[in-house]
Write a protein that binds this ligand. Structure first.
Ligand code: RB5
Length: 150
């Protein structure tokens, strides 16, 4: 089954964004590239907001976001009420944020995480299911409630 994954990042993430898509050539992952498309300096919030709207609207099943540290773009993404974006620096984080948090966007730091580890994080994130129906679902529900209260 093909899954649709939107991918976006700033100039710091451009090379890794290209590498990830190349690594998946001929696979059942359909990438939707929302830019940026060069190493010319841009602002990560612009790409975080664009990706957040795209994933939240259901046009993609998941998102992958990249900036220098992964942190700035995750902050932008998490301002959207329907986005749960997680910065991951290893595969355990990528696995647990799917199982525990039902994260819908994986954030990577191109300047802080090696590219092979980053690729492994993408693979783990996209192949791990949320553990629905129990305590994790209750907790994720509380994240949504906190936004309603704000
Ligand atoms: C861009 O130079 C850098 O600030 C950005 O990619 C990111 O690391 C911010 O969180």
């Amino acid at each position: 089954m093909t899954i649709k994954v939107a991918i976006a990042g700033d100039h710091g993430g451009f090379a890794l964004k290209t590498q990830i898509q190349n690594d998946y050539k001929g696979s059942d992952v359909e990438w939707i590239d929302l830019g940026t498309n060069s190493e010319e300096s841009v602002d990560y919030p612009d790409y975080g907001y664009k990706l957040a709207d795209f994933v939240a609207s259901g046009q993609a099943d998941f998102g992958v976001a990249i900036c220098g540290s992964g942190i700035g773009i995750s902050m932008a993404l998490n301002r959207h009420p329907e986005i749960r974006a997680a910065v991951c620096a290893n595969t355990t984080m990528a696995r647990l944020t799917r199982i525990d948090n039902n994260a819908n966007v994986l954030c990577l730091g191109a300047r802080t995480t090696g590219s092979l580890v980053a690729l492994d994080c993408v693979h783990t994130f996209l192949t791990t299911d949320f553990e629905a129906g129990g305590r994790h679902e209750r907790r994720v529900g509380k994240l949504n409630k906190a936004i309603e209260r704000a």
